[in-house]
Design a binder for this molecule. Sequence first.
Ligand SMILES: [Zn+2]
Length: 366
Amino acid sequence: MYEIGYRCMDCNVQVMGTKPEFKCMKCGGSLEVDYDYEKMKSAFVPMQFRYMPPTHMKYYFALPLARPHNAITMGEGGTPLISLGGNVLAKLEGVNPTGAFKDRGSAVEISKAVELGRKEVVCASTGNMGASIAAYAAKAGVKAVIFTPEFAEPVKLKQMKYYGAKIIRGGKTYTEAMLKSIEYAKNSGAYLTGDYPYRLEGQKTVAYEIADQLNFDIPDNIIIPVGNGTLFYATFKAFNEMVHLGIVRKVPRLIAVQAAGCAPIVSAFRKKAHKITPVKTPKTIASAINCDAPVDGAGVLKALYSTKGEAVAVSDQESVRAKLELAHKGVYAEVSSAAAYAGYLKLRPGGKSVIILTGIGFKDKY
Ligand SMILES: [Zn+2]
């Protein structure tokens, strides 16, 4: 509605226009959608906004959809924000239609594919995104092809298969699968989905929702498990937008949690670097955050430095223990999500913390 172009997370170059763009032409970095924020602000009606219950599509004004009323949606978002005791809250993203936070991004990506009249979509996924794209493609009557690395969880492959997606297995790392998906899109004309600008926009609504559910009294910390970093950067972008719209006062401190066996962002953060160095041989059971070369790594680092955030790595044992501890509080999260809780337990940051639990516990075998 209000999008005007794109901006590169790495070199800041601007591209004008609203046709789909995937990567920066100048440096190959990740792009984010740029809006006419003044127009967005003048159309925003705070009182009307406050009385609407939180759902993904409530925040349509911040999404790059030409026809939001025709969006492919399955009621994603509006997920519970519950207390874990003390000053700690958990955002239960596993309650989304396919059991993971990815549905927010898929609703935007598949709506866009339909807007553009595309009949086939392709993506690379460690499992959750593929299952989500497969579901939304099924809902829209569009064919889905999913490339998965060898380590993808069998239960997620089964889910994709049920939705009717074509699964192509191969590649030791996420990056290998991703390169194959790009190649496939080029050769077949299928619409490329994944951790690209439109997904990032869809993922922003989790941050809008957290602020909304806390009556815009924002928490001190938001703790997020990080694979490609799209959700992390989306959270940063959404809070900056909310500051601009005048609905929150500031951007909270953002804390990134990675698996010790695949922690390129934590390593870069410790060196105060602005670019990540890919991990050659990633090794972790937290498959949903096993991303050897995080696509939005530069964006995550920017968000970390800007919010005086923190990045921490947790072992697989710590994540499995965190999954059990959460379950003893009545919350069943997949091990890659429980990693965020393990990160919280390790850092114990002061003030009010919100932990984003990205996927439901049925999503893995641990
Ligand atoms: Zn660039």
